[in-house]
Design a protein around this ligand. Structure first.
Ligand SMILES: Cc1cc2nc3c(=O)[nH]c(=O)nc-3n(C[C@H](O)[C@H](O)[C@H](O)COP(=O)(O)O)c2cc1C
Length: 215
């Protein structure tokens, strides 16, 4: 796959089928992930893959509870405010997130990266994104989710036997599966609106109104 196609179209693919992902594809995703950089090349990561239906089901229960907690706290009033101002993009994200919360138990594979001894907390994310790009290359949809780590860290550690006392922290849970929908270019605010040149607040003279890669 063309690199730009992967960069532009690796969306949050929450609606996925329950069809299993072949072992060689999973291995390829993980092997690509661990080629990523980490601070000092410390590679302080472990990657937990979960396919067992009972365990995914239990993760799904915890994920649904975390989703409810998110909506009662950080997201409180977000849906109502988005409805009021006709913000379809936010409403689509909420509806798709609700779908994932309702169907997490159907996901064929969940990858949970763990990290430790990383004061910046940044070393895991290039690898997470590489996993997602590699999945995209295989036609596998992924979503980077952090709800379980935010609200259910201890419960997930207990469920999966994670030695939290040794410093291992959950960085994300990445449900993976073959998409039910279609891939498309990620919609974002145009690049010239979020770039400054030389000094904060100095917007560029150039504009890029359409994505520079198209299918
Ligand atoms: C750090 C981070 C945490 C996220 N956590 C969640 C999550 O817990 N649940 C979820 O459904 N999506 C989560 N997302 C996915 C974002 O909502 C998604 O990437 C964003 O809406 C853009 O989606 P798009 O690429 O399909 O346009 C997270 C994304 C990031 C980068």
């Amino acid at each position: 796959m063309d690199l730009n196609e992967a960069l532009y179209t690796t969306r949050a693919m929450r609606r996925v089928s329950s069809d299993p992902i072949p072992a060689d594809v999973v291995q390829s995703m993980l092997d690509a992930a661990i080629r990523s950089p980490s601070g000092g090349n410390t590679q302080n990561w472990r990657w937990l893959t979960v396919t067992d239906r009972g365990t995914v089901n239990e993760l799904g229960v915890l994920y649904s509870e975390a989703w409810v907690e998110l909506n009662a706290t950080f997201y409180k009033g977000v849906k109502e405010a988005a409805t009021e101002r006709g913000d379809d993009m936010t409403l689509r994200v909420i509806s798709s997130s609700q779908w994932l919360a309702d169907n997490f138990d159907q996901v064929p594979l969940v990858v949970l990266p763990y990290h430790r001894s990383d004061p910046s907390g940044a070393s895991i994310y290039p690898a997470v994104w590489s996993l997602m790009l590699a999945a995209r290359g295989h036609g596998v949809g992924t979503t980077l989710t952090t709800l379980l780590g935010m609200f259910k860290q201890a419960e997930v550690a207990e469920l999966l036997g994670v030695p939290s006392d040794k410093g291992w922290q959950n960085a994300a849970a990445i449900p993976c599966g073959y998409p039910l929908g279609r891939w498309g270019v990620a919609k974002r605010a145009p690049v010239h609106e979020v770039v400054y040149e030389e000094r904060w607040g100095e917007t560029p003279e150039w504009t890029v109104s359409e994505p520079l890669w198209e299918a």
